[in-house]
Write a protein that binds this ligand. Sequence first.
Ligand code: SAM
Length: 275
Amino acid sequence: MLELNDIEMAEFQAIIYRISGMRINETKKILLSSRLLRRLRATGIATYGEYLKLVQSIAGKAELDAMMDAVTTNETFFFRHDNHFAWMEAYLKDLSSQAMKGLRPKKLHIWSAACSTGEEPYSIAMMLLDNKLILNGWELKILATDICSTVLETARKGRYQGRTLEQIPLKKLKRYFKDSAETGFLEVKPELMEMVEFRKHNLMQQMIPLRRFDLVFLRNVLIYFDKESKTKALDRISESMASEGYLVLGVAEDTLGCCKSLKKIQSWLYQKEAG
Ligand SMILES: C[S@@+](CC[C@H](N)C(=O)[O-])C[C@H]1O[C@@H](n2cnc3c(N)ncnc32)[C@H](O)[C@@H]1O
């Protein structure tokens, strides 16, 4: 297989880092070579050197986006890390009881940042529907974003098959999915789809307009960032969070103290300071 040489590797690493904050280290050279090779084939370009020139040129802007799509790791599945959803169940019950006592408005804005193909925001939407918040007059919004356009296309279609569906409890599967026109696929029902707005967004940039989210899921993406990118992403996310809002990270992730306004509640759960 065609493989990147050290100079080309360094150039691609620098471009990917500059755009997305992701650090691709040397051990990923074969993986990166093969992901880029797909783009070489798609564009009919023979060498990594020529491809590099294209993505560095003004005319190569669209191909640069396609390259970023090809180099991201988009692994995800429904109800990933079930302890996070168990926590969310308790969180929703707590919010409902506070609202009933008039201690908070019936409003909940959630952001699934780095949502990949949509399994995470749709899992969140199922939790909200199961808790009957809409029926009880809550204003609910789920924004789901990713840097990668192709995963967002899949997410908007809401069509899934195979292993990604395995952790969905049978009751939810029956209630929120239907057979798709495409053989072998299940499709999320409109009531679920309508709850999620998908949008392209790069975590290295500030969300415009600035919103105030009560709950942010930022799972399994910080692992690709170095300390500088983490700081950048977490500072921006924290600015988009409501006072005392919660941030959920992946199980193997940590803010490493990069953002002073986020207080650790448990290894994967943080809370924005009041005020
Ligand atoms: C492994 S997936 C995680 C999906 C989901 N959050 C989960 O935990 O199952 C990581 C996602 O992060 C996205 N990503 C990487 N860098 C990003 C950036 N700078 N801004 C937004 N999304 C990014 C990738 O495109 C990919 O879809």
